[in-house]
Design a protein around this ligand. Structure first.
Ligand code: NAP
Length: 519
């Protein structure tokens, strides 16, 4: 049994008291324990602010990028080990593990390249100097400077590698040290990944800390220049927003939360055509990848009534081929959900959706996974439902089943109706729309896009290239309005702004030229 330790003040430390037990979700066998009881988080944050912050801020963007590149390489060298841990503690198939682990190294590498392109600077000018007085000498210049604080990252259970390092990549490049906290139940991969980075001796002291276990009083110590980037459920997000660090001391906060993402078929999609097949591929990937435990997975499938039967048949045929079981066993194509709690929630959620939707495949019944001990493991069937009335249905637009489950919502084919149904989700991370032509697409996007952080708008011209909407890219924003948390991460350089303060300096142009390179 592995004992997870936390890395605070540049030392590995163990908590005391009762530890949480991490299990293999395919067998329920314990694999590790984690405790953070008694750890001094106030001192850890202080150390990061006072030792890690100055060290990072002294580096240029290119030098910070070089750190990210070295981190990416170090993790990639241990890829196989991390993939095995991902199967052990996340129930991930090899493909699911790669999505997480390669997502982490790929995002680090992308931000490393961005750092190289930003060169020798250590901060950025925002716009140009603007004249403030009668003459040319007195001007105002906006600057982006790294916040002299620490970024605390609190992550969800589903992406222990990517979630940890996509946030770290932006924070480090911006010049801000990080205390990262993975979800306890699946902390094994994040813990080992941080261990790999520490053992490789890449980072200056104080720059990276890990809390492996419960958050305890960590967030109570957030100060005015600190930032909290949270990924997880809307309920936890609401609690964290009320914490003193955020509510009273204005620590900056970014929330990535639940989302009822939609996939929309326009009426001009040809059944059986190239775009149809692209959509089908994406839907099956989204439903089954990581056993549907992706914040970006499609939950609602809007399809014109005339097409609904064909789509239901095609999806049922594809999803029926999925082999659910222990991903350590050959032939299994979808693993369990990550925890007993997730299993309970997924089953309850499916039952809730059945109040207003008919089951086409799957359902909430218990399932023994292939290659798993009888009665053990957190397995859920790929589940497809069809809403009885898309307009009056409520739960399907409000309740996220965090598992391999989606609901077909037949609609009348009009762009306005489709956009209105998307909006019923009250804010999504990403939606996808499949339309052969542009006439329907334009009005739909104008209405639906503001309800989404990202929209994959697949036309016949890109049917062969379009990526599954669940794939978050480092150079595109990730986040969404409303229910999705109202946050924004990544998006290349856009993701750095969260870690910077913008300050307008009003002074003499000569001084600003000499001090900050103002033009
Ligand atoms: P969760 O229960 O909200 O937990 C998320 C994180 O918050 C964990 O690290 C958890 O730590 C921590 N946490 C819980 N209570 C806390 C508190 N009072 N103070 C400080 N930290 C606290 O969510 P989850 O079950 O891990 O994740 C599932 C949800 O995340 C889904 O709803 C999904 O939609 C959402 N999600 C969103 C995104 C996105 O990018 N928008 C990505 C992935 C998942 P412990 O584990 O130690 O309790």
């Amino acid at each position: 049994m592995i004992t997870l330790t936390s890395y605070l003040q540049d030392r590995w430390v163990s908590g005391t008291g009762r530890a949480a037990t991490l299990v293999d979700p395919s067998t329920e066998a314990p694999v590790a324990t984690a405790s953070t009881e008694g750890l001094d988080f106030a001192a850890a944050l202080h150390h990061a602010r006072t030792v890690g912050g100055p060290a990072l801020r002294a580096l240029s963007f290119a030098e910070r990028g070089a750190l990210l590149k070295a981190m990416s390489r170090a993790l990639h060298e241990k890829r196989e080990e991390l993939l095995d841990l991902s199967t052990l503690n996340n129930g991930a198939t090899r493909g699911d593990g790669k999505f997480d682990v390669d997502g982490a190294t790929g995002t680090l590498a992308a931000y490393a390249r961005l750092g190289t392109s930003m060169g020798d600077a250590r901060f950025l000018l925002d716009g140009e100097a603007e004249k403030l007085g009668g003459g040319a000498r007195y001007v105002g210049q906006h600057l982006y400077l790294p916040r002299p604080g620490v970024a605390v990252h609190v992550n969800a259970f589903n992406f222990p590698a990517w979630g940890t390092f996509e946030k770290i990549a932006a924070a480090f490049l911006a010049g801000v040290p990080v205390v990262t906290k993975p979800a306890t139940a699946t902390a094994l991969v994040a813990w080992r990944a941080v261990q790999i980075i520490v053992e490789a001796g890449i980072l200056p002291p104080g720059v990276l800390s890990l809390v492996a276990g419960g958050a305890g009083d960590l967030l109570d110590h957030l100060g005015p220049q600190d930032a909290l980037a949270f990924t997880g459920s809307a309920d936890t997000a609401a609690t964290l927003r009320r914490g003193a660090g955020v509510a009273a001391r204005s620590a900056r906060v970014n929330i990535e939360a639940d989302s009822l993402n939609a996939a929309v078929f326009a009426p001009d999609v040809e059944v059986g055509g190239a775009l149809w097949h692209a959509a089908l591929r994406n839907l099956v990937t989204d439903l089954t990848q990581k056993t549907g435990q992706k914040c970006t997975a499609v939950r609602r499938i809007l399809v014109p009534e005339s097409m609904a039967g064909d789509l239901a048949d095609a999806l049922v045929a594809e999803l029926s081929r999925v082999v659910v079981g222990n991903p350590a066993v050959d032939g299994v194509t979808m693993g369990p959900v990550a925890t007993a709690g997730q299993l309970r929630d997924a089953r309850r959620g499916i039952a809730l959706l059945q109040e207003e939707a008919d089951l086409l495949l799957g359902g909430a019944d218990a399932l023994d996974g292939v290659g798993a001990p009888a009665g053990k493991g957190y397995f859920v069937r790929p589940t497809l439902l069809r809403a009885r009335d898309s307009a009056t249905a409520r739960q399907v637009h409000a309740h996220e089943v965090f598992g391999p489950c989606a609901t077909l919502l037949p609609y009348d084919g009009s762009a306005a109706t489709a956009a209105a149904l998307v909006a019923r989700g009250e804010g999504c991370l990403v939606s996808s729309v499949y339309a052969e032509g542009r006439d329907w697409l334009g009005p739909f996007l104008m209405e639906a896009a503001p309800w989404n952080g990202r929209v994959v708008a697949a036309t016949d011209k890109v049917a062969d290239q379009v990526l599954p909407p669940g794939m978050v890219l480092p150079n595109q924003v990730h986040g969404g309005p409303g229910r999705a948390g109202g946050g924004e991460e990544l998006g290349g350089a856009r993701g750095l702004a969260f870690y910077w303060n913008r300050t307008a300096i009003q002074s003499d142009l000569g001084a600003l030229r000499a001090l900050f390179g103002v033009k």
